[in-house]
Design a protein around this ligand. Structure first.
Ligand code: ZN
Length: 688
């Protein structure tokens, strides 16, 4: 794998796409099909790589990113399953003191306690680890299991044998059956040392102590766990033949007396004011604690009260997790770089003086767009506040030197990659480079689009070939494709090319010297000009220069030209603006003119021939074997028919290929005529 810093943006975007698919695939195999294909460490390596890429390219984080999904650390695992006798609960959360007070009031109401009746609570810091249940029978540890989904976890008995905090044997007098519940975790210093060692040995790095603890515990080979500095503390219990105490505090102290670690900050209080004060104290100590915590957990102390309160859904009514706000740190915004994405979008990325936030060093933060920069009023040199919550991508949340007099950051009006004009469309926050055809950030993607099936459809010029030729400097712009014939010998000299394959490639290029004008227009990749729009435009203008002239006039403020364009069916102001911007850019017109020295599209005429389908509505469904769906629709238009995407009472004819499903069924119900692809070919031929 390439080091993240050596990747181009296009490579990173592609890799993130592949990782999202791969991780989702392995999640499904593990969870739904219980048939993992890869090992736990292999899975974790994928997740880790994804996190590294997202940290380096924060603006490329995908909607379907594995880092946005809950529970992605429940990786594929060869460990056997354990069903918990007593379900492992989750906790309800509170995010401020008011919510804590409301919870206490609810508890009192539920128990019908009067104002004067005392009710005590325990409070302890909530460690960020992996929940574990330890089952002791007759004082001996017989099974350790992870939380899993609460009902079914994984057997880690062999692994916890290597955690010295966990006794294999409870002292005399322990209940016959007793399940201790708590967290397996890794301290901050141990985490840092482990990652340093991993780096030295070329092993994988962990994103945070919790991931390190999970990855270390959930190992098929327990000797790996043995080398990891894992710790444990208890905070509760599950199945028990007898509970050693009448309050939460008594049981916790009993566990402690058995030699089981518990939170050193565990305490008991009798009022809301006291527990909130304890929370504030722990929050203040948090940065200096040797382990990571994410809140404080409160529990009703009396066990008879706990029993009466019971559970709602998956959480007990008698417990609450009071979460800390996301971790924040202050640092200097050193510079604002503009990255240009594959689609031409300009994304500002803040470069920070390295700062530790929630145990992770943060050096980059996405600033999203021009509006976000304006909202924060950030300029290079400002002191800023960076926030990170859990595994979430760091965010810049505040600017501390907003008031200091300094020039505001000026968002570039030209693309930093190619110097083309960069514009935001009306109502859009994203600024895009208009130099699609010459912009290095976009160029290979544009070339790939240009030769794709819906556009010029040049066989033999695949993505790899384009990347290779582009790297050799042979494909600066679409026109260069038509100059490849002058490089026949050079191509032959490349690995993997034979006379025949080179000749085939050059022949398919030559076959496009007189391309369909609408396809050529679509192939230019002008924003908002898709295949259908390109056809609508060409049906009206017939010749490309006429289209260009109208677009330029419209941009220059000629209202008649603009009206003529928007009066075309299917053409709106966004298309007109995009065309105007495109032709306004000298780079684009140079590429355009160069291209037209190489190709001569014939006048575009859609002859609506008299045919059996003239004036009818045709729908295509299923797989078409001799042509693309777009081509079929274009044929229908040429025959004077209207191609529609869905079957309705207005449909006259359904052309159904193999695999046709609901549309075919509906057409049958409506009594619509159905033919196959061969039947369609007959109609096209007949209208010849
Ligand atoms: Zn550019």
């Amino acid at each position: 794998m390439n080091s993240v810093t050596n990747l181009t943006e296009a490579d990173a975007a592609n890799e993130l796409m592949r990782l999202a698919k791969a991780i989702a695939h392995h999640d499904r195999l593990y969870h739904a099909e219980d048939a993992p294909e890869i090992s736990d460490p292999e899975y974790d390596a994928l997740v880790r790589r994804n996190a590294e890429l997202e940290a380096a390219f924060p603006h490329l984080v995908r909607e379907d990113s594995p880092s946005r999904k809950v529970g992605h650390t429940a990786s594929s695992s060869p460990l056997s399953k354990v069903t918990h006798e007593v379900r492992m609960m989750s906790l309800d959360n509170a995010f401020n003191a008011e919510e804590v007070e409301e919870w206490i009031a609810r508890v009192r109401r539920f128990l019908s306690l009067s104002e004067s009746d005392p009710v005590a609570f325990t409070a302890e810091d909530k460690i960020d680890g992996l929940s574990c249940s330890l089952r002791y029978e007759n004082g001996t540890l017989v099974r350790a299991a992870t939380r899993g989904d609460g009902q079914v976890g994984e057997d880690v008995t062999a692994n916890v044998a290597h955690i010295s905090d966990i006794p294999q044997q409870l002292p005399e007098g322990a209940p016959e059956v007793f399940e201790i519940r708590g967290e397996v975790y890794m301290g901050r210093a141990d985490f840092a040392a482990l990652n340093a060692r991993q780096e030295e040995e070329g092993g994988k790095l962990f994103a945070n102590p919790r991931n390190a603890a999970a990855g270390s515990l959930r190992q098929k080979d327990a000797s790996v766990t043995a080398q990891r500095p894992l710790k444990f503390w208890a905070h509760g219990w599950g199945a028990a033949s007898e509970v050693p105490g009448e309050t939460q505090e008594q049981v916790v102290r009993t566990l402690e007396s058995w030699g089981v670690p518990v939170s050193p900050l565990f305490a008991r209080f009798e009022s809301a004011a006291e527990i909130v004060a304890h929370y504030d104290k722990i929050a203040a100590q948090r940065p200096d604690l040797p382990y990571e915590i994410d809140g404080v957990v409160y529990k009703v102390d009396r066990l008879d009260f706990q029993l009466r309160l019971g559970f709602v859904a998956k959480a007990p009514r008698w417990a609450l997790a009071h979460k800390f706000p996301a971790e924040r740190a202050e640092t200097t915004l050193e510079s604002i770089d503009i990255q240009v994405g594959r689609t031409g979008k300009l994304t500002p990325v803040g470069r920070l003086a390295p700062v530790l936030v929630g145990g992770v060093t943060v050096t980059n933060v996405t600033l999203h767009n021009r509006d976000e920069i304006a909202r924060l009023g950030v300029r290079p040199g400002d002191r800023v506040v960076v926030q990170r919550a859990g595994d979430v991508i760091p965010q810049l949340v505040d600017n501390l030197t907003r008031e200091v007099e300094r020039e505001p950051f000026v968002f570039p009006e030209r693309c930093p990659e190619c110097d083309s004009e960069a514009v935001a469309e009306e109502g859009e926050v994203d600024v895009r480079c208009t130099g699609g055809l010459i912009c290095p950030a976009q160029r290979t993607e544009r070339l790939k689009h240009f030769v794709s099936r819906g556009a010029l459809d040049i066989d033999g010029l695949g993505e790899k070939t384009i990347d290779q030729f582009f790297a050799l400097g042979w494909l600066e712009s679409p026109a260069d494709i038509f100059r490849l014939k002058d490089r026949r010998e050079a191509i032959l000299a490349l690995d993997g090319w034979k006379e025949r394959s080179v000749d085939n490639l050059l022949a398919s290029v030559e076959a496009r010297r007189e391309p369909d004008a609408a396809r050529l227009l679509f192939g230019l990749g002008i924003r908002h000009v898709g295949a259908v729009t390109a056809r609508d435009l060409m049906k009206h203008f017939h010749e490309l220069p006429a289209l260009r002239e109208a677009a330029e006039q419209a941009r220059a403020g000629d209202e008649d030209a603009a009206a003529a364009l928007t009066s075309i069916d299917g053409i709106g102001s966004a298309v007109v603006e995009a065309l105007g911007d495109f032709f306004h850019e000298d780079h684009n017109t140079a590429v355009w003119e160069d291209l037209l020295t190489q190709v001569s599209p014939p006048r575009y005429v859609v002859e609506t021939k008299e045919s059996p389908v003239s004036g009818k509505t045709v729908v295509f469904t299923g797989k078409l074997e001799t042509m693309s769906r777009d081509e079929a629709k274009a044929q229908a238009e040429r025959l004077g028919a209207k191609a529609s995407g869905s079957v309705s009472a207005k449909t006259d004819l359904l052309v159904a290929g193999p695999g046709a499903g609901s549309k075919l069924k509906k057409a049958a119900e409506l009594g619509i005529e159905v033919i196959d692809e061969a039947g369609w070919a007959e109609i096209v031929k007949g209208a010849g």
